[in-house]
Design a protein around this ligand. Sequence first.
Ligand code: ZN
Length: 238
Amino acid sequence: MRVGIVSDIHGNWEALSAVSSALEKERVEEVWCLGDIVGYGPDPQECIKWVKQNCRLTVCGNHDKAVCREEEATFFNHIARKAIMWTCEQLSEEEIRFLDSLPYTISLGEILLVHSSPESPRSWGYILNEWDAERAFENCEERLIFVGHTHRPQAYEYRAGEALRSEFPVTIKLNIRYLINPGSVGQPRDRDPRASFGILEDETFRLLRVEYDIEKTQAKMYERGLPEHLAKRLEIGA
Ligand code: ZN
């Protein structure tokens, strides 16, 4: 089966529609979403609608939770919090209920989907290096772990109790465990501003990048009064 994996869309409709076209061209049979559908970007409603229509499986991200529950936003910096408050005002009760209903983790037996980390799905820990990845492997049973949250595409494999970095495309070998982050659709932070996502097919995970109309997203953010810093960072991918 060919599965598209998206994460950290963050209300960026231009980025998401470019990814959506790419997924169609790749003829994926289904799409999984690793959370943070909203927050930061100017089109939360369009992005929620797309996820509802296109994603068979979706876990919640910290921004999705923060829109629903004020206490979840206390750990956000003031810029992110401003965007969360703006997002909350745009959404209908039904859309908020949808975000609030999303699970923290989904296990498919061999595969685990989680926004932050298997070790602390509710306290939003980051997997930034081999040590974080090792803890993640030690705290779940699944062979293939998909995470988002850092907005950086990364892959690790786990052999003999040690996590090692893997290159894309990842060739998935039998008896080895993998942890893969497909990067962010709507706010990449690896110095590549193109939207990032991945495709899992049989024994391979491919990372894909697509260009989108960044200026259009930025113009909407300025027009809708979202913090300038959030618009600026899109063009440098950081
Ligand atoms: Zn995020």
